[in-house]
Design a protein around this ligand. Structure first.
Ligand SMILES: Cc1cc2nc3c(=O)[nH]c(=O)nc-3n(C[C@H](O)[C@H](O)[C@H](O)COP(=O)(O)OP(=O)(O)OC[C@H]3O[C@@H](n4cnc5c(N)ncnc54)[C@H](O)[C@@H]3O)c2cc1C
Length: 302
């Protein structure tokens, strides 16, 4: 039996492994796809302290090395559920079941994508899902923001402070984000809002050069010359298998505050999969430390 099973090996889960091992607990870290999580999709990270510039894969590799060097066991397996037992929990994977005293959920979230040809190939070369992360790379350039909700409008506000021009493309005939953000954007000379249009085609092979949009009413096609496209059409937390164990909000995020404690004793949560304001590597690693130390205290109290 492990002391702690950590589900999801992004920055939150990797940091939790480091802290739990340093506290002397046995740790199993389970990952379904990609050790390192979302950050492995980022060619360049410039906002993680101590590294002026590092690729997401290199940063993830360093975290994984640190966790395994400290003695964390790692397995590639997709977790399908958690069962409470007399002695703690059984974490059910597709390949095996794992017994433990405490569980940390650090399953992260996935950005909704446009589903267009070339989209994945252009990530980091014109396509971004995070204005906070990548906005600075487009200073003085022209970008489009896809979406009209709060996240899209917040991204557009941030980008309009750095970019020459920001074009918001919304599929509905109105923006759905907060009035105050709409007012701010409408007052800015470098912001254009296009409604009733969807992103139709990404143009460019090695880097994005233009975005083709399509009017949902008339079918008219327009080509926008842009250096970047920021996709802000929502995120999807990966919490489906745990909905019977923990509380989730309307958007599927596990309800917890900075203590990283869930309503179920012995289950802790860290990183992008929980309710929080800012989803970044630094906030995920901070959660990983908090959740691990809370899990250690819980085990010591048993
Ligand atoms: C393209 C891109 C660029 C970014 N750039 C930056 C940046 O420059 N700076 C910055 O601070 N942030 C950046 N971010 C955001 C940052 O990557 C996330 O905030 C951070 O990775 C969240 O960490 P996490 O550990 O909570 O979740 P994640 O990184 O999402 O990791 C969760 C892991 O859990 C795994 N998992 C999910 N469900 C299961 C299951 N059932 N069983 C087993 N494993 C499971 C997933 O496969 C995943 O590997 C970027 C994100 C993207 C997509």
């Amino acid at each position: 039996m492990y002391d702690i099973v950590i589900i999801g090996a992004g920055p939150a889960g990797l940091t939790a492994s480091i802290y739990a091992r340093r506290a002397g607990k046995s740790v199993l870290l389970l990952e379904k796809e990609n050790f390192g999580g979302q950050i492995t999709q980022s060619p360049k990270v410039e906002n993680y302290p101590a590294f002026c510039e590092i690729s997401g894969t290199e940063l993830a590799d360093k975290m994984l090395d640190q966790a395994t060097n400290l003695g964390a066991d790692v397995e590639l397996d997709e977790v399908t559920g958690i069962q409470k037992t007399d002695k703690g929990f059984t974490v059910k994977g597709e390949r095996a079941d794992y017994d433990c005293k405490a569980v940390i959920l650090s399953t992260g979230s996935k950005h909704r994508t446009l589903g267009l040809d070339n989209e994945q190939e252009l990530v980091g070369n014109g396509i971004s899902y995070c204005a906070v992360c990548d906005g600075a790379f487009y200073a003085g350039q022209t970008v489009a923001v896809i979406g009209g909700g709060n996240s899209a409008l917040q991204d557009a506000v941030l980008l309009s402070e750095r970019c020459k021009k920001v074009i918001i493309v919304q599929n509905l005939s109105f923006l759905t984000g907060e009035e105050v953000l709409q007012k701010k954007l409408k007052s800015r000379d470098n912001v254009t809002i296009i409604v009733d249009n969807i992103a139709n085609k990404l143009i460019g092979t090695e880097a994005l050069t233009a975005l083709e949009i399509k009017n949902t009413i008339t079918g008219e096609i327009t080509t926008l010359t842009v250096d970047g496209v920021f996709v802000a059409i929502g995120q999807k937390p990966e919490n489906e298998p745990f909905k019977s164990n923990v509380d989730v909000n309307n958007y599927g995020y596990i309800v917890a505050d900075e203590t990283c404690v869930t309503k179920d004793k012995g289950i802790f949560v860290a990183g992008d999969c929980r309710t929080k304001g800012i989803r970044q590597i630094t906030t995920a690693t901070a959660d990983g430390a908090t959740a691990a130390l809370a899990a250690c205290r819980y085990i010591d109290s048993l």
